[in-house]
Ligand binder design. Structure first.
Ligand code: ADP
Length: 276
């Protein structure tokens, strides 16, 4: 059966003899089922590949240590350092994968409530302080104190941490990262701006896909799992917001986030009705 949306699978099941003359027609949309199956298979293949690399490095290094490198302190330190780095990477990968599966299974408990953007930004600032210090990056925050969004505190914080960490990671050492927010009609637009290499137009949509990297070597070298922006996109969707990236002049990226704004009126209405 050919329809406009592609090839469909036709299944005609006749009712057993003697129970009337009816037939049951079941139409499955095989196109969508196949697409989801491909997405799932690609994901499993990607996860397996991403997990295998650090495991192989850990195995090879421990074997070299046991084969004698342990007796050479300088060498031993180098091998052990690689073991530690790759164990950390495995840990990060597993925790990102758990986050993604929890969000996609609808098990990420979300509590949408009015939040002060400036106060969320303060928590983000604390969480990224060490990453900024390591790369000598200054994070400048420019947010009006009274600006409020309707969002989940944990999810919004996670989204902004991922975006700022990327800005720190892909921007130059000693550079500047800006976290700004402003009123935008019925929404609040939050921006994370960096001075990095920017993202070419054909990569811009795809960077939010799981494991998509513009430069895989650089991403892995910087400790990236390739899942940070997929988590950003999923959490933003769950909060009913929008996210995207635009180029910055003369260089760099602006990752933007749009979420519902809470007005003074909303706040007083909620208080009047008992805070719900
Ligand atoms: P990763 O763990 O690789 O950083 P992400 O999902 O966070 O994974 O990002 C996906 C890819 O998008 C990165 O590998 C990188 O190529 C690109 N990217 C993300 N943020 C930036 C940025 N601020 N500047 C330039 N490229 C970026």
């Amino acid at each position: 059966l050919e329809t406009r949306s592609g090839l469909h699978h036709l299944l005609v099941r006749a009712t057993p003899r003697g129970e009337g003359s009816g037939a049951v027609l079941v139409i499955h949309d095989v196109t969508e089922v196949r697409r989801l199956e491909t997405v799932r298979r690609d994901f499993v293949a990607n996860v397996s590949h991403e997990l295998r690399t650090p495991v192989s490095i850990i195995q090879a290094n421990t074997e070299t240590l046991l084969a004698g490198a342990l007796d050479e302190p300088a060498q031993a330190r180098r091998f052990l350092d690689a073991v530690r780095r790759n164990a950390e990477r495995l840990g990060q990968l597993i925790s990102d994968l758990l986050d993604i599966s929890r969000i996609e299974a609808g098990k990420y408990a979300i509590e949408m409530r009015p939040l002060s953007v400036a106060s969320v930004a303060r928590s983000v600032n604390k969480a990224v302080a060490e990453a900024c210090r390591r790369r000598g990056v200054v994070l400048e925050v420019d947010i009006e104190p009274e600006l409020q969004v309707r969002a989940d505190a944990g999810a919004l914080e996670q989204v902004l941490i991922n975006l700022v960490e990327n800005a720190v990671k892909y921007g130059p050492e000693g550079g500047l990262v800006e976290l700004a927010a402003r009123e935008d009609g019925a929404a609040v637009r939050i921006e994370v701006r960096d001075e990095g290499p920017g993202i070419a137009p054909d990569h811009r949509k795809r960077v939010f896909e799981r494991f998509y990297r513009v430069d895989p070597g650089r991403s892995r070298h910087m400790g990236g799992t390739g899942l940070g922006l997929a988590i950003v996109k999923n959490l933003t969707d769950v909060m009913g917001g929008d996210v995207g990236v635009t180029p910055r002049e003369p260089t760099g990226s602006i990752f933007w986030l749009s979420l519902g704004r809470v007005t003074e009126d909303d706040n007083s209405t909620h208080q009047a009705s008992g805070g719900n």
